[in-house]
Design a protein around this ligand. Sequence first.
Ligand code: HEC
Length: 188
Amino acid sequence: MIGKNNANSLFVFAISAFFSSLVVAGEVGDESFSPYVDNKGNISFPQAFRTSMTHLGSWFVPDGGASGFHDVYTEKESVEAFRKTGEFPDGATIIKELRASDKGDYTTGKDVSHSTSGLKQWFVMIKDTKGRFADNALWGDGWGWALFKPDHKERNVAANYKSDCLGCHVPAKQSDWIYIEGYPILAQ
Ligand code: HEC
């Protein structure tokens, strides 16, 4: 016969096992890690980033398919953490939006460039200091990597970060794969 205490702890065990199985069965990931990552490491598009995040900085690419403004954002909390530690914290989101540009003569000068409503694509990185998704080809080297296109923002179209992303980020390897020189606000 089981005593009252044993019966109670069995009950607690059964309840917690039930809730853990719900988390495993569901698509919802560990919200405390990132609201944009489910339990398999699938990365979703950070919908409200333009108003909920901080603008880190912008690049201007004059020619080619990636021409226009590359506007980069991260969470306010991630900026604050970076200023303290010099590193992006676990779960930090970095999103780069590619926007078409136009230019014209303004009262500030000739050939002044400005962004337009033409959206091209979005690159997303999520900081992972724990190597959570070792079997997922979109996670590694301390980050989750994703690419979204305007016609289907519900789906990450990158397949493998090593072939789709990493090669181009090698020059920034020493600064955790981030082109940190474009983001002076991380220090000021
Ligand atoms: C053609 C080379 C190239 C490829 C491919 C590429 N990147 Fe980048 N990425 C860059 C460069 C260069 C920058 C900074 C300057 C710029 O945007 O022009 C950058 C910046 C970024 C940024 C802003 C933070 C930073 O590092 O400065 C993110 C986020 C990003 N890339 C994610 C990705 C992801 C995710 C992939 C793969 C799906 C990817 N990139 C593929 C070259 C590339």
